[in-house]
Design a binder for this molecule. Structure first.
Ligand code: ATP
Ligand code: MG
Length: 569
């Protein structure tokens, strides 16, 4: 490609709307442009990177025997009613009507469509296992689209679905996809981790997320130095040391706490540490109002609560519900005498003489013990924190931030049962397919690569997904000899199958160097008048500080050597 002919609208200034580096650089380097909130156009350079990621994914999926299809983006409501998700999916599902007033949605994911396809077409166990995948547009009406293509509303996803005859087959498909993902993200040059994850809206029994480690990641990863257990914060189980349950000591007593609602206020007012308080959080759920008890210095993990009780809806109760169920206003709730079901975090079991809300305005109760109220049980219900005990080995947790680029799920029979996706087994019996599903955010993967690879001058993209592999840069395009050599080198590298751009613009050298760095092209061949006098040209790797001079006859070989080295890594 010739730079002069390409549509690369770069920007000198940092765009104001971009909060994180990858978003800033993708705008500045002319990779993407915003059309509307969470909706982006991919420009030629960005699209080249996107396609390279797609191809890596495609190769690794095909290697595992998965087969590519494309399913419709627009999906009928009826299918979503069958799975039960028309109701459950909530506002992320963009629902539309056609001219006949039929209700449809824009696909946020394709379990329904693929299950419908397979139930119609697959009749016998002989046709399984089957893994189908597509690389296609998704739409999710995200509550907070941000960070450019990292969390957009319209985005490209690779989604794969596996169908097996039994649990053992499903396990193998899952592991095949796990392996494929490991290879894909290694080839993308990532520093990443596979972690245990919650199954969220997709549902199912078990899942892993593939996290690119980066401080700007939206996810928190909890990991154990002892046994290597790693999980998304949403999911991370907290271990505990079994101790003796303490017995009542102090005298239960109501105390006045005028206007003191928060843990900080109450603990300061009463002169006790926050870990001597127990918070009573009231929730409205699809199974009624309930309360959760957690130590004052910790937070309730709503995902754990939802999973434990199999809830669909879980929201903090409004003031009115709190008054009605506890008798007191927000900030003064406590477990004593409540008639709603109460679930306590395990920490509470080992506490004694603690402080809770008095269920009356401006009153808290002190010297409270577990005997003073009734709970349904004590469970792991808090958000994990660094320093907590590992649930597996008793080691100590630490935490890092990550960008979720891929997610794999064991779905089991969830969709095949709901939608009656069956086939005949060896004995002629009709049984349900065991399913799995596997997603990768393609655009997010490009953004994550930039989030991990950059410096003050711009992107340092991995060789395999940079928009170009090599830039041939004649310093002065009006110098005939420079241009002649540049053209020759450019053509020879093209002929060798390299992805090369020649910066044939009549821009100042500074501008050309800056653009080449900004775009993050891994290998630059600089051809300048002065070096040419000594028959030399310059090769510079984007990730290294210094350049080297090589004899102009050797330049092709040297560049190809670098390229091979990059490919091998
Ligand atoms: P998140 O927790 O980030 O919302 P998710 O759990 O909803 O992700 P999945 O349903 O598992 O995501 O989708 C598979 C993959 O699609 C994710 O791993 C991610 O890489 C990508 N993805 C999901 N939502 C978005 C989005 N709004 N913009 C870009 N990519 C996304
Ligand atoms: Mg999501």
């Amino acid at each position: 490609m010739r730079y002069s002919k390409m549509f690369i609208p770069t920007m000198k200034e940092d765009p104001k709307e971009a909060e994180i580096l990858s978003h800033r650089l993708m705008l500045r380097a002319g990779f993407i442009r915003k059309l509307a909130s969470g909706v982006y156009t991919w420009l030629p350079l960005g699209l080249k990177s996107l396609k390279k990621v797609e191809n890596i994914i495609r190769q690794e999926m095909n290697r595992k025997g998965a087969q590519e299809i494309i399913m419709p983006f627009v999906q009928p409501k009826e299918l979503w009613e069958e799975s039960g998700r028309w109701e459950k999916y909530g506002k992320e599902l963009l629902r539309i009507r056609d001219r006949n007033d039929r209700e449809l949605c824009l696909g946020p994911t394709h379990e329904e469509v693929v299950t419908d396809l397979v139930r119609r077409e697959v009749k016998s166990y002989r046709e399984l296992p089957l893994i189908l995948y597509q690389i296609q547009t998704k739409f999710r009406d995200e509550i907070r689209p941000r960070f450019g293509v990292m969390r957009s509303r319209e985005f490209s996803m690779k989604d794969a679905y596996s169908f097996d005859i039994d649990e053992a087959g499903a396990e193998k498909s899952y592991m095949d996809m796990y392996d494929a993902y490991m290879r894909i993200f290694e080839r993308c040059g990532f520093n990443f981790k596979a972690v245990e994850a919650d199954t969220g809206q997709i549902g199912g029994s078990f899942s892993h997320e593939f996290m690119v480690l980066a401080d700007t990641g939206e996810d928190t990863i909890i990991s154990c130095g002892g046994c290597g257990y790693a999980a998304n914060l949403e999911r991370a189980e907290v271990g505990f040391v079994d101790r003796e349950v303490p017995h009542t000591k102090g005298q239960l007593k109501d105390v006045e706490t005028p206007g003191q609602r928060t843990v900080e206020e109450v603990s300061e007012f009463l002169g006790v540490k926050p870990d001597k308080l127990v918070k009573t959080i009231i929730y409205n759920t699809d199974r009624g109002t309930m309360g959760v008890l957690v130590k004052g210095d910790r937070e309730v993990n709503e995902v754990k609560l939802r999973n434990m009780l199999n809830l669909d809806v879980i929201e903090l109760a409004d003031e009115e519900t709190i008054e009605k169920t506890t008798g007191g206003p927000l900030g003064f709730s406590g477990p004593i005498g409540l008639s709603i079901p109460l679930y306590a975090d395990r920490d509470v079991l080992f506490m004694e003489d603690f402080v809770v809300g008095g269920n009356v305005r401006d009153v808290h109760t002190v010297n409270v013990n577990n005997e003073d109220f009734k709970v349904k049980g004590y469970y792991d219900l808090k958000v994990a924190e660094p320093g907590d005990f590992c649930a597996r080995c008793g080691g100590t947790y630490s935490s890092t931030r990550g960008i979720e680029v891929g997610h794999i799920f064991k779905l089991g029979l969830k969709y095949s049962k709901a939608m009656n996706c069956t086939f005949l087994d060896k004995g002629g019996k009709e049984i349900h397919a065991v399913m799995g599903c596997y997603g990768i955010g393609v655009g997010r993967t490009v953004a994550a690569a930039i989030e991990q690879g950059h410096d003050e001058n711009g992107m340092i993209m991995p060789f395999g997904i940079a928009p170009f592999e090599i830039c041939v840069l004649p310093v002065n395009s009006s110098h005939a000899e420079s241009m002649e050599l540049a053209e020759a080198v450019y053509k020879e590298l093209l002929y060798k199958g390299m992805d090369v751009i020649i910066d044939d613009r009549s821009e100042r050298p500074g501008v050309k160097f800056k653009d080449c760095d900004l775009i993050g092209i891994p290998i630059r061949v600089t051809i300048g008048e002065r070096n040419l006098k000594d028959h030399m040209v310059e090769i510079k790797l984007r990730k290294e500080k210094d350049s080297q001079k090589v004899r102009k006859e050797e330049v092709i070989e040297r560049v190809l050597n670098y390229a091979n080295e990059f490919k091998r890594r």
